[in-house]
Design a protein around this ligand. Structure first.
Ligand SMILES: [Zn+2]
Length: 432
């Protein structure tokens, strides 16, 4: 057992080749301040080899991991060295030890790696980590981006062979006075539910370039591609993956049906009450129940839904659209591809009946236009798994996809959280 107090302190602090100068306690609620300096031989001038003199002892305060329930600041008394030889072109330099902290980052190295895992792997927000460390948001964010980017660069095997590929547009920020929308395209391994990459914009150019950079052999292994129902991505797939079977993504079809239902609800609300939805309006009160899957409604939700529909939907238009949405969802309960083909064809005709609200007729036209792509899902799938996986993935991306000002930051955060990087590599990398 170690009993020398200084040595005990150094053991607890756990930094390599460091002298602990003291621990400063400024009172409860404030961080403990741990003063350290590097231990080791005096360096020689790189230019002329003369043993260096100490010029200065600047202090750098770093956010460290909490200890004993208290936030910690490690105050590193650095050495600023000077070459004693006046003839030598080297004037002075500061000692660096990346085991303590990477240059320019405000966190110690161990705190930086820990923060990167919390945010990247566990999905904590940067604010949550900053609160835990009792420090500024930017300090944590800068560290996560620096370590995260280095990890992603080191992880060269991350994008493996893919047999089913999907693309999806994601809004990741609104910037400026006009809240201008910044879009990106997620490129997804649909079978595994893994985010492969994120490229800027939602046009075809960047995704095409990304696919081209994967090489012909990689491209030739992609058997299936999934599409949302309106996208420029179809042209990307036509060009880059002409042999892959195109599948309309069930997730997007159901999402479209839900958005048509929303549209119908808002229109009927406006027509019957003459204003946009308010808290007390019957249709506004059931807006969430409407888009919920029917089997997930309990009896209470169901009777509330039907009661308020009766009150707020005199011509039964919202109810009709709600039924249409549920029928569209049921497309994916059909196992037999030929049956599904017949079902979708007939449904496309039925929904276009002139007696129906315009939103339902629009869904009918979509079904007609995309029938082969929709049924391709039934012909191509092995299990229900992929849709589940992609839904979860999209939730993961959505969870972090806001508040970014720059594409680069969003891409790193999205890939750390949804791109399954090899976290074992984190210990081996140097932050950028
Ligand atoms: Zn020198």
């Amino acid at each position: 057992m170690e009993t020398d107090p200084i040595r005990v302190c150094e053991l607890i602090v756990g930094l390599p080749d460091v002298n602990v100068l003291g621990v400063e306690d400024l009172g409860a609620g404030r961080p403990l301040r741990l003063h350290i300096e590097c231990r080791g031989p005096r360096p020689a001038c790189e230019e002329c080899g003369s043993p260096a003199d100490v010029k200065d002892r600047p202090q750098v305060e770093l956010v460290d991991l909490p200890a004993f329930g208290r936030p910690v600041r490690t105050v590193w008394r650095k050495h600023r060295w000077r070459c004693p030889d006046f003839e030598c072109p080297t004037s002075s330099w500061t000692g660096v030890d990346t085991r303590i902290a990477a240059p320019r980052l405000g966190l110690t190295d161990r705190a930086g790696r820990w923060a990167t895992i919390q945010v990247g792997k566990c999905g904590w927000t940067v604010s949550e980590v900053a609160r835990e460390l009792d420090c500024d948001w930017h300090i944590v964010n800068d560290a996560v981006l620096a370590y995260g980017e280095a990890l992603l660069e080191a992880d060269t095997d991350r994008v493996g062979q893919v047999t089913a590929l999907g693309m999806d547009e994601t809004l990741f920020a609104r910037v400026g006075v006009w809240r201008r929308q910044l879009w990106s395209t997620s490129i997804v391994d649909v079978a595994q539910g893994v985010l492969l990459d994120v490229v800027p914009g939602r046009g075809g150019t960047e995704p095409t370039a990304w696919l081209a950079s994967q090489g012909n052999e990689w491209l030739s292994q992609v058997e299936w591609v999934t599409l949302d129902l309106s996208s420029p991505y179809r042209a990307v797939f036509d060009t880059m993956l002409p042999d892959a079977t195109q599948i309309a993504d069930p997730f997007h079809l159901v999402k479209l049906a839900n958005s048509k239902l929303d549209e119908c609800r808002r229109r009927v609300q406006n027509e019957t009450l003459g204003h946009r939805g308010r808290k007390t309006d019957p249709l506004y009160r059931i807006r969430r129940l409407l888009t919920k899957a029917d089997e997930r409604l309990d009896d209470r939700g169901r009777s509330k839904l039907l009661g308020l529909l009766a009150a707020g939907d005199p011509k039964g238009e919202v109810k009709t659209t709600w039924h249409a949405k549920e029928v569209i969802r049921s497309i994916y309960e059909i196992d037999d591809p030929d049956l599904a083909d017949e079902f979708v064809s007939r449904l496309a005709v039925d929904l276009q009946d002139t007696a129906y609200p315009p939103e339902v007729r629009s869904l009918g036209r979509t079904l007609r236009r995309w029938k082969d792509h929709i049924v391709a899902w039934h012909r191509g799938r092995a299990t229900n798994g992929p849709t589940e996986a992609v839904n979860n993935l999209i939730k993961r991306i959505k969870r972090i996809a806001f508040g970014f000002r720059r594409f680069r930051s969003f891409r790193i955060r999205a890939l750390l959280y949804a791109g399954r990087p090899n976290w074992d590599l984190l210990a081996t990398i140097t932050p950028r």
